[in-house]
Design a protein around this ligand. Structure first.
Ligand SMILES: *Cc1c(COP(=O)(O)O)cnc(C)c1O
Length: 813
């Protein structure tokens, strides 16, 4: 695209002139961002078209990855990296008096997701394109993405995320590909001549789903796939219908507005069920639009319907898009006149499902009455799927009401989305070995008994392009200097680093790079917020959604304990440390918000106490997001992965941090178990209850938090500080809720149970940090094994085992 620096400078100045009417001397960083992104987008367009042409000519099978969330973050840096122009742009910008980082910082995050689940979808898109697999994302173009978090007086305040205020540089609106989506109304049936029933949906309301396409640039810029985000707009038909219905203009506009609001907001809670009508409408909206557009593409190939499973794979990322199953049935039967059996066979062969959680409070269910009112035809189809499924169960296990009751899709007045997804998919996967085992042995054991061949594991992954090559260029360079750059194409080659475990100069370089990153991060933090941290201290980092099971509270209580120890002049610390937290709480999650307030209270106490603040510091990073993750992860020494065992399905933050040379302090949960298997016990710090122990306590009882409190003076003292007059609480009311969660409600997440082992491991790590060589060696071992967690491997496994699609289709420039 740019052959050299001069050409690049010329292109940027040229674009500034033609796009913004400005000379480079008047241009702001924002202007430069705009010019640069527009230059890239023009280049991307050409190759995007070629990719689509190739797919059409070759009739390649397409994967459609349906996800309510795509946490993309910023695209400029990633696109420049994947198009291999980032270095030349860096030089050109310098010459023009701008910096690459500042230019990248002009872009607002595309925050169309809550956390891990949405970020996984984004990493998968990057890997699909980079491996040359025809795989596309289908989601919702939320007008407001994840809320912006501000901390005011220690409390979280949520502000709307106006990410579209400045036009989003990468999207292309395609009104010509809009489709109609229908809600409400009635269904009538008529017998056809061949005896089959024809169903008619009448009296419905319609809206337009308009796609906005975002290019997904693969590494090398060869393959450019599509993230298609659907936006709800009023349809012309519906406007006529409404005008007829309302007579009154302002009423009509109000009604129209409620239709458009379907794509307004991302629900900011990833751990509890959002039982709202609007949420169900959102789910059907993008599923229906996505399937209709994929089916149109398929029809252009002019093949018979049994070819559909060979030309399209529809993936359900968590249960949110589970309506794919009945909607595909509806399209095939009602619109394409296929029989039930034919349609069911095609559906089953085309659809696959990933389960992301065993938390029961997160399982999606919809009250029958509400569901039927909003989606009458879809409800009928689900009823029929359920009847046939229950009948089959009855034939296999006559009289076993209990089993049928547990597995039914419709039961207890609810439509159960996970059951629908399982019954309608040929593949069901968990997201880490442990998680999949728990699904098979416990949470879904009856389903596993019914469909054993459908269950499989696909451990999550992360793209090493964004999380190592782009986020941590200094480390990336050190690696390449030693083992060459094949690891960029094949990240498992990072294992070659293991040969250099005793290489003193490499170990020094790893240490120096980390030090350098800690300094850059500290500078950024200071500029951003005025907070000063000591870059020679241990950077201990806990970044993820705020949730009881992720146990930020355990970390916070430990800091309180450390503070108390230091104040009492006991066990002087060996290495000074800075504890960083980054976390958003769901706006309605009272406990989580109290934990944020507690962390900020601890920060105020600790950071302002001259007795300790040269040894101990606590920082709450406001508005944790992908771009903040990219800044702090390269600067991290200790990665906190301390969920209650069995609760974190996989985790991906753990992988990003490991890849950047942080050492994990974690429980044997999710993918931590696999990190442990990779690096070996000397290179990870594990502690706490095992998942089977947690599950046993949950089933059989036997854990009494109050006993831990009475037996352990450290726990008693620290926990009491939450409600007694103490440095952390003046009137004792602020943190009463947390205190009660621990003692009155018996510590659901086993915080006190794991407390003493956590203290021990913290101590051990702090001592070990002193031995710089040893630490760097452990760090090296972690980096070397992190290639196993590249999403390229994960996607290859999905492609081979689930989607049955080819990879490495070379699209020639
Ligand atoms: C990776 C990532 C997550 C997921 O972190 P976990 O530690 O796996 O929960 C959440 N949010 C952002 C912004 C991320 O980049």
């Amino acid at each position: 695209m740019f052959n050299n620096k001069e050409q690049c400078k010329e292109a940027i100045t040229g674009r500034l002139k033609t796009q913004l009417g400005k000379g480079v001397e008047k241009a702001t960083e924002r202007d430069v961002y705009k010019a640069l992104s527009s230059l890239l987008q023009s280049e991307i367009m050409k190759q995007w078209k070629k990719t689509n042409d190739t797919y059409r000519t070759n009739k390649d099978k397409q994967v459609y990855y349906f996800s309510m969330e795509f946490l993309m973050g910023r695209l400029l840096g990633n696109n420049m990296l994947n198009m291999k122009v980032i270095d030349v742009v860096d030089e050109a910008l310098k010459d023009l008096g701008f910096s690459l980082t500042n230019t990248e910082d002009q872009e607002k995050d595309a925050g169309l997701g809550n956390g891990g689940l949405g970020r996984l979808a984004a990493c998968f898109l990057d890997s699909l394109a980079s491996l040359g697999i025809a795989g596309h994302g289908y989601g919702i173009r939320y007008k407001y993405g994840m809320f912006d978090q501000r901390i005011v007086d220690g409390y979280q305040v949520e502000l709307p995320d106006h990410w579209l205020n400045e036009a989003f540089a990468w999207e292309v609106r395609r009104p010509e590909e809009a489709v109609e989506v229908r809600f409400e109304g009635r269904v009538t049936s008529r017998e056809r001549e061949d005896g089959q029933l024809d169903f008619h949906h009448e009296g419905y309301e319609t809206l337009q789903a308009v796609p906005y396409d975002v290019p997904v640039v693969g590494y090398n810029g060869d393959t450019i796939n599509t993230l298609r985000l659907w936006s709800a707009e009023p349809s012309d038909k519906d406007i006529m219908h409404l005008a007829h219905k309302y007579h009154d203009y302002s009423h009509m506009l109000g009604h129209q507005r409620t239709h458009e609001s379907i794509s307004d907001i991302l629900y900011p809670d990833d751990s509890t069920l959002e039982g709202q009508k609007l949420r169900l409408k959102q789910e059907y909206f993008f599923v229906s639009a996505g399937l209709q557009s994929a089916i149109k593409k398929f029809e252009q190939l002019d093949l018979s319907w049994d070819q559909l499973p060979h030309k399209a794979a529809f993936h359900i990322n968590d249960t949110h898009p589970a309506l794919i199953v009945p909607e595909l049935m509806r399209i095939l039967m009602d619109e394409k006149q296929l029989s039930w059996n034919k349609a069911w066979d095609i559906t089953l062969r085309s659809v696959s499902y990933t389960n992301h959680t065993i938390l029961s409070e997160a399982l999606e269910m919809w009250p029958i009455d509400m569901f039927r009112a909003i989606l009458p035809r879809i409800f009928m189809i689900i009823e029929e799927i359920n009847n046939r499924f229950c009948h089959e169960l009855w034939t296999k296990h006559p009289g076993d009401y209990d089993r049928i009751g547990r597995l039914a899709i419709i039961a207890d007045g609810q439509v159960k989305m996970a059951h629908l997804a399982i019954v309608g998919s040929h593949s069901i996967n968990g997201v880490a070995k442990l998680h999949t085992e728990i699904l098979k042995k416990r949470e879904m054991k009856y389903f596993f008994g019914t469909f054993p061949e459908r269950f499989n594991n696909k451990t999550n992954g992360i793209t090493h392009r964004r999380w190592l090559m782009h986020a941590n260029k200094p480390l990336s360079n050190v690696i390449t200097d030693v083992i060459g750059d094949e690891w960029k194409r094949q990240p498992t080659r990072l294992l070659n680093l293991l040969k250099y475990q005793e290489d003193a100069s490499l170990l020094d370089n790893i240490y120096n790079v980390k030090q350098h990153n800690k300094e850059s991060f500290s500078d950024w933090l200071y500029k951003q917020s005025g907070i000063m941290v000591d870059p020679t201290s241990v950077f201990d980092v806990h970044i993820k959604r705020l949730h009881g099971y992720k146990r930020q509270l355990l970390n916070a209580l430990h800091i309180m304990y450390l503070y108390n120890e230091m104040k009492a002049n006991r066990t002087p610390q060996v290495a000074p440390r800075t504890f960083f937290f980054g976390a958003k709480a769901a706006p309605s999650y009272h406990f989580a918000k109290k934990v944020i307030k507690l962390i900020n209270t601890i920060a105020t106490v600790v950071n302002n106490d001259p007795d300790v603040n040269d040894q101990l510091k606590v920082v709450f990073l406001e508005n944790y997001s992908v771009s903040i993750a990219e800044k702090i992860i390269p600067a991290t020494n200790v990665s906190e992965q301390i969920s209650t065992a069995s609760k974190e399905a996989s985790g991906t933050g753990n992988m990003k941090l490991m890849m950047n040379g942080a050492l994990t302090l974690g429980t044997m949960d999710g993918a931590n178990v696999e990190i442990y298997e990779q690096v070996g016990e000397d290179n990870i710090y594990t502690f706490g209850l095992r998942s089977d122990e947690v599950l046993k306590y949950e089933r059989e009882g036997g854990y009494v938090a109050k006993n831990r409190y009475h037996q352990d003076e450290r726990i008693r003292h620290t926990v009491d500080q939450l409600i007694h007059t103490s440095p952390f609480s003046d009137d004792g009311t602020e943190f009463k809720f947390i205190y009660d969660a621990l003692l009155t409600y018996n510590d659901e997440y086993f915080v006190l149970k794991d407390f003493s082992e956590y203290i021990e491991k913290q101590k051990m790590m702090n001592r070990d940090y002193k031995d710089v060589r040893q630490w760097s060696k452990k760090s090296l071992v972690n980096i070397a094994h992190s290639g196993a967690f590249s999403s390229d491997s994960t996607i290859e496994a999905y492609a081979n085992d689930i989607w049955n699609v080819k990879h490495q289709q070379v699209v020639l420039k």
